[in-house]
Design a protein around this ligand. Sequence first.
Ligand code: P6P
Length: 327
Amino acid sequence: DNTAIGSTIGTTLDRFIKNKQSEFPFATGELSQLLRDIALAGKIINLEISKSGLLDIAGAYGTTNIQGEAQQKLDVIANVRFIRALKNGGEVCAIVSEEDDEIVEINVDSNYVVAMDPLDGSSNIDVNVSIGTIFSIYRRISPVGTHVTKEDVLQKGDQQVAAGYILYGSSTMLVYTTGHGVNGFTHEPSLGEFVLSHSDIKSPQDGNIYSINEGSYYSFEPGVRKYIEYCKEQRYSARYIGSLVSDFHRNMFKGGIYIYPRTDQALNGKLRLVYECNALAFIAEQSGGMATDGERRIMEIDPLELHQRTQLFIGSPTMVQKAQSFL
Ligand code: P6P
């Protein structure tokens, strides 16, 4: 029992979920179990990542995913680990993953859908830059016991019952929301537990950090270029790790804006609505931030297909509004 742990190093994720279960709309324990299954998969992947240099599983794997990107071995391993953990947990009827072209049907008798990017920023693995898992959780729409449909997985971000990310960085953190604020848990290796480390995270309303790939400056629309000039005039700091979860996480705590706009190569931007942007948009709004596609709230966008892309302006509301005023 983790009472002893609780008294010395704070609340574990398991205890936190149990304590907060009453906040879940369908408090039957299923969502609690699903969150624990995701945390378990995160622990397993954390272990693989920390060993990846030694086990030579970091290198490219030869296959390519729907993005046409060289699939790194850890991408594939992370996807397999997550699917296995969610299948064993028994709470998931379907998974949408960056690594799978089609919907992965798991168990027709279960209630929850998970949309995930099992390992975002995988090109950073080989150079030891932080990477992240991003996940959204929805309740299915079709009746239990029937085959999963597109409408089960193409739900607006506003329909999320939970969302979060795991950041495999200098320490490994799990950050999630169920619509009642955002809480961060840090992995304590000696215990193998996620322990509450950042309670009820509130993001600064304004900031002076801007995150965008300025190498694409001449591919951006005039309004985006003008906002970049504005940031320079304001003497803001440019911080771009090239790992979405890391850039988002830093800006949530320090204040800042992350922008991935359309370019002449990526006409709808690069980031994916269903399993990247919606989850971070939910976290952003729940911590007092803002997330749009330059016009609309990300979570209002009606997804039309699994891997559709969207522009993303996310972070401190004052900064997002200012950026939009230039578009
Ligand atoms: P670019 C990584 O591939 C990723 O999906 C995000 O993690 C990251 O923020 C972005 O793409 C980087 O893209 O075009 O700036 O290299």
